[in-house]
Design a protein. Structure first.
Length: 426
């Protein structure tokens, strides 16, 4: 027998014990093993509604308390300074944006001011290895919120081979240990957003699977809406989904935007050429490419290939400068858990002191600039330079110091080993 409403006079409610004649209706369970009356259903509904209301108030109180404990923009930037060298403007922009974002989601009541603060996602423009991803991940660490990095080049429109945009939120949910509430206040960093710019224009006849279509799909999650997110990353019709509201998730997009400076320069040159006193710009008048990039606006991004709808939902734009030799040397030696300190510890475990000369550090920085890899390439260079020493030291137990000078950076050159004195040596 299937469950349903019944008029059987012999049935009793399994919860309150009332019979069919005492209540309006009784809903019978499967096999009539358990039944519930209409009065108990109403009572359960009221209890659940009250519980949801209490949960909502507790959640709101928690969000307000979290905001009151949130570091100020000055404090956030100071914490970023411990990890990230340079990029002062970008750190200030992100510090203010993050602070205002969590001020918005705290929804603190101001008497006589019902104004709602709109969401302001962030776009970071800068060359490879300039610190875009590190800025976003460090922010998430400071704020102690779930964080995920998504590579936009792997995203495709629904129905095509590749990752659906909803899987970005699936990763965030996973990093939040399955807590929807935690995921809904996290940070998502979408890398290489410039790679999904339209290649043929918005009216192009070619099907742009990884261009405008992906941008349109991203709008759904970036703007703030309820998205059904798969609990696992397996594709299929039967995968379990949970609803996630993205209105309180901060999205930070990043990209190198190679060629954007030409679009900006063209716009600026047109502006300068208007008027009676206009003159053609000479080579000497041309601005530094990084200074040009800092003047990027929404019009330039549209011409580059981002759709207006997406640009409108990422209103805060900040540019990062490429790293010079001095900045790379500082990255190697100054931040918390810097690369030099990491390798010094690796050698110290074998009771060996690692010394790297200033000239050697400069050579490492020059190599990174030559490779155009920025800070991201420093570890690979260090691994290459220290390979022979890391191979030898566990075996050569009489070595007490390894010195890396500028000559060790040259091909087939060996680091300098300092051996401990034997007992018979003076």
């Amino acid at each position: 027998m299937t469950s349903g409403v019944t008029n059987d006079s012999n049935l009793y409610c399994s919860f309150c014990g009332k019979g069919r004649k005492e209540v309006n209706k009784i809903i019978a369970g499967v096999g009539m093993s358990s039944n519930i009356c209409s009065e108990c259903v109403d009572l359960c509904y009221k209890v659940l509604k009250e519980d949801r209301s209490k949960e909502k108030k507790i959640a709101q109180k928690t969000i307000e308390e979290d905001f009151l404990n949130l570091p100020t923009p000055h404090d956030i930037k100071h914490l970023l300074d411990e990890i990230i060298i340079g990029q002062e403007k970008a750190k200030k922009v992100l510090s203010v944006s993050v602070y205002n974002h969590y001020k918005r989601i705290s929804n603190i009541y101001i008497k006589g001011n019902p104004t709602k603060i709109k969401k302001s996602n962030v776009l970071l423009i800068g060359p490879t290895g300039s610190g875009k991803t590190l800025l976003a991940s460090t922010l998430a660490e400071i704020l102690d919120v779930p964080f995920v990095v998504a590579d936009s080049t792997s995203l495709t429109e629904a129905g095509y081979v590749g990752e659906d945009v909803e899987l970005i939120l699936s990763k965030l949910l996973n990093n939040a240990d399955g807590s929807i509430w935690e995921a809904e206040r996290g940070i998502v960093y979408i890398d290489e957003i410039d790679k999904i710019a339209t290649k043929f224009g918005r009216m192009g006849a070619t099907r742009d699977v990884s261009g405008e279509g992906v941008q349109q799909a991203l709008l759904k999650i970036v703007e703030g809406s309820i998205v059904n997110v798969p609990k696992n990353r397996n594709k299929g019709h039967n995968r379990e989904t949970v609803p996630i509201d993205t209105k309180n998730i901060l999205f930070i997009c990043g990209g190198a935007f190679v060629g954007l400076e030409k679009i900006i320069e063209k716009r600026l040159s047109k502006k300068q050429s208007i008027g009676f006193n206009s003159k053609k710009s000479s080579k000497k008048d041309k601005l530094d490419p990084e200074l040009i990039i800092s003047k990027a606006n929404s019009t330039d991004l549209m011409e580059f290939g981002l759709i207006p709808e997406l640009i409108g939902r990422v209103p805060v734009i900040s540019t990062l400068q490429s790293l010079n030799e001095d900045m790379l040397i500082r990255i190697l030696t100054e931040p918390r858990d810097c690369l030099v300190d990491q390798y010094k510890k690796i050698f110290k475990i074998d009771n060996v002191t690692l010394s790297i000369t200033r000239k050697a550090l400069r050579e490492i920085a020059k190599k990174a600039i030559k490779l155009k890899s920025g800070a991201r390439g420093l570890r690979a260079i260090m691994e290459s330079v220290l390979l022979e020493a890391m191979y030898d030291i566990p075996t050569y137990t009489n070595v007490i110091e390894v010195i890396i000078d500028e000559e060790a950076l040259q091909e087939d050159k060996h680091p300098i080993y300092i051996y401990k004195k034997q007992d018979n040596e003076e």
